[in-house]
Design a protein around this ligand. Sequence first.
Ligand SMILES: [Zn+2]
Ligand SMILES: [Zn+2]
Length: 314
Amino acid sequence: MKIDSKGNIIVGSVAVLIVSLLLIAIFIITSINYIESENIELKSNNNFRYIVDDYSGSLENIGRESINDATQKVYNGLPVLNSENQIKKNLNKHLKTSNKDFEKRYGVKISSEAISVENTASPWKILLKVKLNIEKDNIKYSDIIERNASVEGLRDPLPLAKLTIASGILTYDEKIHYKNAIAGYMILHNLKSPQSYIEATAPLYIKKCPYDPYTHHGDPGVLKDCLDKGYFHESADGSCYLCRLEGKGKCPHYGFEVFIQTHTPLNNESLSCSDHVVFSDHYNGEKIDPTDWDSLILDSSHRKKYGLVGEDGQ
Ligand SMILES: [Zn+2]
Ligand SMILES: [Zn+2]
């Protein structure tokens, strides 16, 4: 059989057509596969859901531990220059260990990375965000997990971060014993009556004061109980936990304040005893009860906030 030039053109055209059709078919099949595999991934998200829930649940404790590690660093006498980065670093370390447990428990591959450590509307809680990647049988799943970690029960890092371990601050009996540390700081900053703050004390652990609204502190027995239990109070002027780690007595975030209790027979005007005043704002107050060695030294606006008046009714 002899093929003429016309036949060649026909064979050639058919060949091009077949190749084109093949390419289109391959493209369509690949696309369908791709779409199907995406569907599988979406469907299987529900299968990953219980792993993700379990993981989120564990993040609260791990987050708290990571914050506490940063606090421990301060208590070891080392500075925390950027508390968010420090906590993220601690978090990644803890997550690495925890990921291995999850891999064993669920037979999956897990990797994760701390994304952010942020303040929340409540100064008692810190928001942690973690990117979580899970893989099983070539099916991949990614999610960003958010969880609040409470700072209640952790130590207040501000006194040590601010005054350093070399200042002679001691911690025992659930209290910070300032010894000569605040007096020394006040002399350095040329503040009035530094000797009033010799042997001053403050609570060591963050505890939220239950006497809300705070004006109840003027009710019989409330202030005494608040000081005995060592409660902290919400305050727009006081610094947040993250800034406390960095030794900042004041910050732009919504934070908390605590009374630094003096134990002195002196009745001199001296720094008002809210910790943001002692460590940053530096304005004076007077003893609520001049006859009481343990009386708080407070300015008029803090007296108003806590419903406390002096003997002279101020
Ligand atoms: Zn209180
Ligand atoms: Zn802050």
